[in-house]
Design a protein around this ligand. Structure first.
Ligand code: ZN
Length: 139
């Protein structure tokens, strides 16, 4: 897609620090990292979000994520790795080309804000109603 920064990275028009690639996916370092080793996995074929991406590309991304997570574990020895995937500007998706963040955290590094929310029980009746609403829409 024209004007898509990730498509330009796939084509090689914009350089990237490549970690891995195959025929369906490209894996490269996030140049605005929130932790050491912050890495992105993208489909080579443009899709904006979870609603647009081909199921085969989605599967390829997740199979690749296991491979990359193992490589991170072997090379960086993180205590944990957060996977983050945003769909839509309302949830701060910035580049409108599907991407999965792999964000490792080593011991002693600052806590990842998005994994650190307060756990407090919600309204059980409202939770039940919403779950039923979603369940009845599953196709
Ligand atoms: Zn794109």
């Amino acid at each position: 897609m024209e004007d898509c920064i990730f498509c330009k990275i796939v084509k090689g028009d914009i350089p990237s620090f490549k970690v891995y690639e195959d025929d369906k996916v490209l894996v490269f370092a996030d140049v605005n990292p929130i932790s050491e080793g912050h890495t992105l996995i993208i489909p080579k074929k443009h899709a904006e979000n979870i609603w647009e991406i081909d199921p085969e590309d989605l599967a390829a991304i997740h199979l690749t994520s296991k491979k990359v997570a193992q490589a991170m574990t072997d090379s960086l020895k993180p205590e944990g790795i957060a996977f983050l995937q945003l769909n839509g500007r309302a949830v701060n998706q910035v580049v409108m080309h599907y991407h999965l963040h792999l964000i490792p955290r080593v011991s002693g590094a600052p806590e990842l804000v998005m994994t650190n929310w307060e756990l407090k029980p919600g309204d059980m009746e409202a939770i039940k109603k919403t779950a039923e609403k979603i369940a009845s829409a599953v196709k």
